[in-house]
Design a protein around this ligand. Structure first.
Ligand code: 5AD
Ligand code: SF4
Ligand code: FES
Length: 354
């Protein structure tokens, strides 16, 4: 697909054309990665962050947020929950922090989770930018996938969304993605959709970036404003929620057509704009679902944006919801699978040994 074809897909608002687009994307997904979703249980283990991204509710500058750090026990318990409910993998996510203690703690947790599940549970990390040595240490300790969104591939837009300092440098972020890939991670990236100052041309370029870099996993969702952030001041530039969600869904569908075999997440932010947003993303070609398995007591502390869903629910409630939600989307759930096309998954072997 050419840039102008992508721009035209992203600009469609005609209902018939959109329905056709989503139908095509679903057919392409079904034929390439199956009519099913892979699961990643999401553990938001800490909201401490050294960065100050203008869009994010847990940015360092937001003094309204009570900071938390789950204990090792709570994290292991959440991982056990995922394992017992036959999620093939988990994502350990936090704000960005760099310290030898943090590095070692994560490495130890990775080893413990691997041990408890006989190597069966796949582990994805999402802990921001780190020196290559840290990425390597975590990889060796058992993480095999890493999520680091580029947020936008337009350097000019990136600069408007972040403070102008070395901590928030576009080129460094690109370099971090390259480090991850070189070390051997399956690397996921992604962008926010419908940001103030963002043009459809930027979004088309985001898709072409994923294609050019042959990204195996993409997580992208609509930008959702947060009242205690600087970007909130530009909310008059936003598309109304339904239209913003619709644009995000067209991004998912266009990406599925562009990259038939990759993993594309139905992200939580979709649900912030519409109660059935994640189901709609599946119906637009997504194939990864991330049930939130963070303990309920800390969930109010991980509000990246307003109206984040499932704040009052616990892991069991989100798990009960899962079957219903995915079934509504008309696809199956791939339990017990890491869900990487490119690596052999020992999980079923591990289970048979139990
Ligand atoms: N709206 C939507 N997504 C957001 N993120 C952070 N803040 C927001 C927001 N206001 C996303 C970023 C980040 C991921 C963890 O959450 O893309 O990479
Ligand atoms: Fe920190 Fe990530 Fe939020 Fe930026 S988007 S402030 S790095 S948690
Ligand atoms: Fe969390 Fe439904 S997905 S309560």
């Amino acid at each position: 697909m050419t840039r102008s074809e992508l721009i035209s897909i992203l600009s469609t608002t005609d209902r018939v054309q959109m329905k056709e687009l989503f139908g095509q994307a679903e057919a392409v997904r079904d034929a390439n990665v199956g009519r099913q979703v892979f699961l990643r249980g999401l553990i938001e283990f800490s909201n401490r962050c050294r960065k100050n991204c203008y869009y994010c509710g847990i940015r360092r500058g937001n003094r309204q947020v009570a900071r938390y750090d789950l204990t090792d026990e709570a994290i292991l318990e959440a991982a056990d929950f995922a394992w017992h409910n036959r999620y093939g993998s988990i994502v350990l996510q936090s704000g960005e922090r760099q310290s030898p203690r943090f590095t070692q703690r994560i490495a130890r947790l990775l080893e413990q989770i691997k041990q408890r599940t006989h190597g069966g549970l796949g582990i994805t990390l999402s802990c921001g930018e780190q020196p290559a040595e840290v990425y390597r240490e975590w990889f060796e300790a058992g993480a095999h996938r890493y999520l680091l969104r580029i947020e936008t591939t337009s350097p000019a837009l990136y600069a408007r969304l972040h403070p102008d300092d070395p901590l928030h440098d576009f080129d460094r972020r690109i370099a971090a993605l390259e480090d991850l890939r070189r070390i051997g991670y399956l690397t996921g990236t992604g962008v926010m959709i419908g940001l103030p100052f963002q043009r459809v041309e930027d979004l088309a370029d985001d898709l072409l970036f994923f294609h050019r870099t042959q990204t195996p996993m993409v997580g992208m969702g609509p930008y959702v404003e947060h009242r205690d952030t600087p970007l909130y001041g530009h909310r008059e530039l936003l598309l109304p929620p339904r239209q913003r969600l619709s644009l995000a869904l067209r991004m998912v569908a266009a990406l599925r057509l562009l990259m038939p075999q990759i993993n594309i997440a139905a992200t939580t932010a979709m649900q912030a704009l519409h109660p059935m947003g994640r189901e709609q993303a599946i119906r637009a070609g997504a194939n990864v679902f991330m049930p939130n398995i963070t303990p309920q007591r800390v969930r109010p502390g991980y509000k990246l944006y307003d109206n984040k869903p499932c704040i009052d629910e616990n892991a069991s409630q989100c798990n009960d919801c899962l079957d219903f939600r995915v079934r509504l989307s008309g696809v199956g759930i791939a339990y017990d699978q890491w869900g990487d096309r490119t690596s052999a998954s020992p999980e079923s072997v591990a289970r048979q040994e139990l």
